[in-house]
Design a protein around this ligand. Structure first.
Ligand SMILES: [Fe+2]
Length: 230
């Protein structure tokens, strides 16, 4: 017999755009059913091989398409994109060395939720692919949604990230929502251009993985980026 389940509606904040996105603390079961990719847990199974599109660059299905769609709508509804310049008052230093047109998770009041995602869903994946590295909980000072488009910021020059490893979540479809785009790792002359919605790239942030954001020639490309353990 299935008697259903109880929903905790105490903290359902209708001021948030797509308030279900915030529900992982109060209604985890519903949140996972709505947003976690149906194949997420396959990556945790030791007998399954993890896909590695470039050397030491891995990717995993983490989020459903619904999550990607609602995150895009939520940040676009907020709408206060940075201007892509070096001066960034959101940062303690006030200076961003490799600026993008972006919105920080903190700005849309999604910092606690995003850190919970890093702890509960991303860290277990990291433990599978970078054996022996464990920092609990994963720390992140920089988590944001980036927007690439031809008439705004279309690409990003080669750089290292301020991270031990970087998370890069594809939110929309190459060849349909935008043309071009992707991430190229210069040392290996290897690019990931066949971005999959809700799939998450994980790559080392420094030293070996100098990388660039490839040019978007039409449409708008959205990704979520997090620098883990700066
Ligand atoms: Fe980067």
């Amino acid at each position: 017999m299935d008697f259903g389940h109880l929903v905790n509606s105490e903290n359902f904040n209708i001021r948030n755009f797509h308030p279900d996105l915030w529900q992982m603390f109060d209604n985890r079961w519903d949140w996972e059913r709505a947003y976690l990719h149906e194949n997420y847990s396959q990556s945790l199974n030791e007998s399954n091989k993890i896909q590695m599109p470039c050397p030491d660059v891995y990717w995993f299905p983490v989020f459903k398409e619904r999550y990607a769609k609602e995150m895009i709508e939520m940040v676009e509804n907020y709408g206060r994109w940075s201007d892509g310049s070096h001066m960034d008052t959101r940062l303690e230093s006030g200076y961003e060395n490799v600026p993008t047109v972006d919105i920080h998770m903190k700005q849309v009041n999604y910092n606690d939720e995003w850190h919970e995602i890093l702890r509960a869903y991303i860290q277990p994946l990291q433990l599978r692919v970078y054996d022996g590295y464990f920092n609990d909980p994963p720390r992140a000072l920089m988590s944001f949604t980036v927007r690439y488009r031809p008439d705004e910021q279309p690409a990003l020059r080669p750089h290292h990230d301020t991270s031990t490893y970087t998370i890069n979540v594809g939110l929309n479809r190459p060849g349909i929502d935008y043309q071009g785009g992707g991430c190229r790792f210069l040392r290996y002359n290897c690019s990931v251009v066949d971005t999959r919605v809700g799939w998450t790239l994980m790559h080392p942030g420094r030293l070996t993985h100098l990388h660039e954001g490839l040019r978007v020639t039409a449409g708008t490309r959205y990704i979520i980026v997090t620098f883990v353990d700066p």
